[in-house]
Ligand binder design. Structure first.
Ligand SMILES: Nc1ncnc2c1ncn2[C@@H]1O[C@H](COP(=O)(O)OP(=O)(O)OP(=O)(O)O)[C@@H](O)[C@H]1O
Ligand SMILES: [Mg+2]
Length: 887
């Protein structure tokens, strides 16, 4: 500790209401790099007791909000322009341009209408989705702990404020998991390490500590131990700091002008893109094929071009982006409303539905994180309250000196137990503290007894193996003896025994050192004397057992990655009905290849003694092996794994940086909520898959029939305008798919958009649809006396138009499977039937080149449609049976 709070002048105390107008404009972290802490505080017109609330308000007006790029919602125009960049819109536009170029104005107009309608629908849908996602994100917005005073005489109060409201000169507290909210100069610190990967690319946490007078000016700004930067996060330890630059004035904003780096495309984005590009290639192929075949077989020239274009337009699933956005946005809105689960990135909802390996940590998910002391044992396993007392000394001083914003549950439990035990703690004053760090797996307090001022006592408590490794002596029966291999073995076995009872074990070690000024570091934790263990019992989460069973039934394998002892983790799993098998200890995987890690992880259920890197490595290895993974965690040590997983999930009370990183935030850390989220994901994906199957297969069927008919007939089988109107009707009806309820069978297994499955389906059902069309030809041939005359042609056109709309309606009903039809879909099908039957009878018919059809035709077409429905149902059932077991 280099800075005593009361030893500095307090600018806020002297100055009147911001008489000096706050710090100069545009102070950056570079300007203060060489100043002493005192000079920095003076420059920022602040003091250790923080700003006055009134001054802070003035400064907020003057310096603006602390936001890197003030987030203004994208304007309507910009959204429209962006939706034009969609590949389908592009292809349609090209087709429109070609139509205009050959003066086929009707086609050009309809294509234009299609583009405008789909862009408006899409940007409208995206706007709504963005707004609700933004509103949901607000709910998980991060806060900063700021120290401020109500007026000159009031004592400083630490409170949480939205990060946006921080101003230069604010004094803030930092703790594990906090995002560093601005560029700051440290005033005080304790065991502080920060992740600066976003700024420097360095993946390991770097140590930071306050210094009064900066030493060497040579080092890079990011390497200075007394400066912390916006964009980094606290890995361990704590500190107090004064804000130097906020918002656009930070280094992070400077490095990321033009927007934050977004994550690369997710598995969902890749699937959708894959499907889109497949279709686009196909669409671009159609016009030349139609033209060439027509020219070769029918001797038609460029006059067939509008028809060729219309056929290509007919194949385009213009509504695909609209349906995808709407289905996902609806799913996540329902999820937020009914289960408090917030999906921060829409595609993450699809990925949730696809998860089939769910990793979780132990504490808080399987157990409640409300530990209670169970025992305090000497190295031979005999009860010894002294061990608890020393553990309490460690807890007391780490909590007091390390300014941790959220006290650790284990430390609190130890202090409670020591209080209940009565008696006094070994007399001590705190000298320094190294708070718990998940890599060291220990915490250390340095204390001094009033009657032995020449001695500093290091009190270390932490994971059994890690503390034991740092001990060279053991205290038994009041005497200290050397800790030989036999004694080590005995102590290890004792630890295993106790862990197998489900206890969380902490070992305690001590060392006396000559008192010295200056700070202590992890390097000082050596040559300790082993005192014994404290064991804490954590109760199991009540609904975890049922939730685990439900998840297993849904094809989701739950695996536990924990930093705890293998025995403790295995016991918790067993008590919850989850067979732990052989527990892997994380050190094991260090020497393995990624493929071997994936294989091992798939075979086992629990990996214990994981560091955060181990957790991330296991997740990455499984992803690389083709598994879709979810990770549920709430600690700083879960961060890399949350990033590595397809879907990162955390509870809403997790540390800030975790909530920022996660894709999905749960109201509480609860496996039941995850189950709801997974089901919502499967539902949305199920709707998208049904839509794609039906639309693409009937579009393909139409194209095949159109090509075939074009060659069989002496005239065009449909006029371009008719193809386009029919396409508009299909599009309108298909919007209802976003509101469908998928087949319960789809919900039983992880669901994913698989381009290959889709191709298989389309390849089977496209030709079937074409067959129905060909049957219609036969009907038309018998019922309508068509030949080359104009009235005969328009009768053919009308007849086919009617049949197409009706078969589309049947396809929608049948290919969904045997289940209840929700209202929007019912309306869509009725719409198709009504338009199909009435359009040729309406006054619009002559405009579109259609005529009234004889009654007999309707009867015959009804039979064809009915037969089509029956065949389709049988084929669908056959297809489902054949492909049901594919993963
Ligand atoms: N406050 C503490 N003081 C000392 N040691 C601790 C403290 N908290 C945890 N430990 C030790 O560090 C080990 C790892 O704990 P940590 O909380 O990092 O694991 P984790 O991966 O978050 O576990 P979980 O899966 O239970 O969330 C614990 O088993 C314990 O031995
Ligand atoms: Mg944890």
């Amino acid at each position: 500790m280099v800075w005593a709070p009361e030893s500095l002048p307090d600018a806020g105390r002297r100055g009147g209401p911001e008489a000096d107008g706050g710090p100069p404009d545009h102070v950056s972290i570079t300007d203060v790099a060489e100043l002493t802490s005192l000079e920095v505080l003076r420059l920022m017109r602040s003091g250790p007791r923080g700003l006055l609330e009134a001054h802070a308000e003035d400064r907020l007006l003057r310096y603006g909000e602390n936001a890197v790029a003030p987030r203004s919602p994208a304007s309507w125009l910009r959204r429209l322009a962006r939706s034009l960049r969609d590949p389908f819109a592009m292809v349609l536009l090209c087709l429109g341009l070609v139509s205009a170029a050959i003066a086929s104005w009707g086609t050009a107009c309809v294509v234009l209408v299609l583009v405008v309608v789909s862009c408006v629908l899409r940007s409208g849908g995206e706007h709504r989705a963005d707004r609700s996602v933004a509103a949901l994100r607000e709910l998980v917005a991060t806060t900063a702990t700021v120290r401020r005073r109500a007026d000159e005489t009031a004592a400083p109060v630490s409170r949480e404020i939205p990060v946006d409201h921080l101003v230069p000169g604010d004094v803030i507290g930092l703790g594990p998991g906090d995002l560093v909210p601005a560029d700051v100069r440290l005033l005080r610190s304790s065991g502080l390490t920060v992740h600066q990967a976003a700024l420097t690319g360095e993946s390991h946490p770097v140590a930071k500590h306050a210094v009064d007078v900066p030493a060497d000016a040579e080092t890079d700004l990011f390497d200075r131990p007394y400066l912390c930067f916006h964009g980094s996060s606290v890995a361990s330890g704590s500190g107090f700091a004064v804000v130097v630059a906020t918002g656009a004035g930070t280094r992070f904003a400077g490095a990321h002008r033009g927007g934050m780096r977004e994550r690369g495309p997710s598995s969902f984005d890749r699937s959708v893109n894959g499907i889109s590009w497949l279709l686009i290639r196909f669409m671009l192929l159609i016009p030349p094929v139609v033209l060439l075949t027509n020219a070769a077989l029918r001797g038609r020239g460029l006059e067939a071009l509008p028809f060729a274009i219309a056929v290509a337009v007919g194949l385009t699933p213009e509504m695909l982006p609209v349906i995808v956005t709407t289905a996902l946005a609806r799913g996540s809105a329902v999820l937020a409303r009914s289960h408090g689960v917030i999906v921060k990135r829409l595609p993450a909802l699809h990925d949730l539905g696809a998860v089939h390996v769910l990793f979780t940590d132990k504490t808080g998910t399987l157990t409640q994180d409300l530990p209670i002391l169970d025992c305090s044992l000497d190295p031979d396993g005999r009860p010894d309250p002294d061990v608890l007392r020393w553990a309490a000394v460690n807890s007391l001083w780490t909590l007091q000196l390390a300014d941790l914003p959220n006290p650790d549950a284990l430390d609190e439990a130890i202090l409670d137990a020591a209080e209940r035990l009565g008696g006094t703690l070994p007399a001590s004053d705190g000298v320094a503290a190294l708070p718990f760090d998940p890599v060291r797996r220990s915490s250390c307090a340095v204390v001094q007894s009033p009657d032995r001022t020449a001695v500093h006592t290091l009190v270390v408590k932490g994971a059994a193996e890690d503390v034991l490794d740092r001990c060279t002596l053991v205290r038994t029966g009041g005497t200290e003896v050397e800790l030989d291999a036999a004694a080590r073995g005995r102590i290890r076995r004792l630890a295993e025994e106790k862990a197998a009872e489900g206890l969380r074990l902490l070992a305690v070690g001590l060392a006396d050192r000559p008192a010295r000024p200056g700070s202590y570091g992890p390097g000082d934790e050596h040559d300790l004397t082993f005192l014994g263990f404290v064991g804490l019992r954590d109760t199991l989460t009540p609904h975890a057992e049922d939730a685990l069973a439900v998840l297993a039934g849904r094809g989701v394998a739950v695996k536990v990655l924990t930093g705890d002892h293998p025995g403790t983790a295995a016991r918790a799993c067993r008590d919850l009905g989850l067979d732990p098998g052989t527990v892997v200890v994380a050190d094991h995987i260090d020497g393995l290849t990624d493929a071997a890690v994936a294989e091992l992880a798939m075979r086992s259920t629990v990996v214990a003694r994981c560091t955060s890197e181990h957790k991330a490595r296991i997740v990455r290895a499984l992803r690389a092996a083709g598994h879709t993974t979810g990770f549920l965690g709430d600690g700083v040590n879960d961060l890399p794994a949350l990033r590595a997983a397809d879907v990162g999930i955390c509870p809403s009370d997790a540390v800030d940086v975790t909530r920022q990183t996660a894709d999905v935030v749960l109201a509480s850390k609860d496996l039941t909520a995850i189950d709801h989220a997974i089901m919502a994901g499967r539902r949305s994906t199920g709707n998208i898959v049904t839509y794609l199957r039906i639309v693409l297969s009937s579009n393909l069927g139409n194209v095949i029939a159109m090509l075939g008919a074009g060659l069989l007939l002496p005239f065009l089988p449909m006029l371009p305008a008719q193809v386009l109107v029919q396409n508009l009707c299909f599009d309108a009806a298909q919007l209802a798919f976003a509101f469908d309820r998928p087949d319960p069978a789809v919900l039983r297994r992880p669901s994913r958009l698989r381009p290959r499955d889709l191709t298989r389906f389309i390849a089977a059902f496209g030709p079937l649809n074409a067959l129905a069309d060909l049957a219609t030809f036969a009907v038309l041939a018998s019922a309508v006396p068509w030949s080359a005359q104009v009235t005969g042609q328009s009768a053919f056109h009308s007849g086919w138009f009617v049949e197409n709309l009706l078969t589309q309606g049947v396809a929608i009903l049948v290919l969904r499977g045997r289940r209840h039809v929700p209202l929007p879909l019912g309306i869509a099908v009725c719409f198709l039937v009504i338009v199909g039957v009435l359009l040729p009878l309406s006054p619009l018919a002559p405009l579109l080149g259609m005529t009234t059809l004889p009654f007999a035709y309707y009867l015959l077409v009804a039979i064809v449609v009915l037969l089509y429905g029956v065949v389709l149902r049988a084929a669908n059932a056959f297809f489902e049976r054949r492909h049901a077991d594919r993963p």
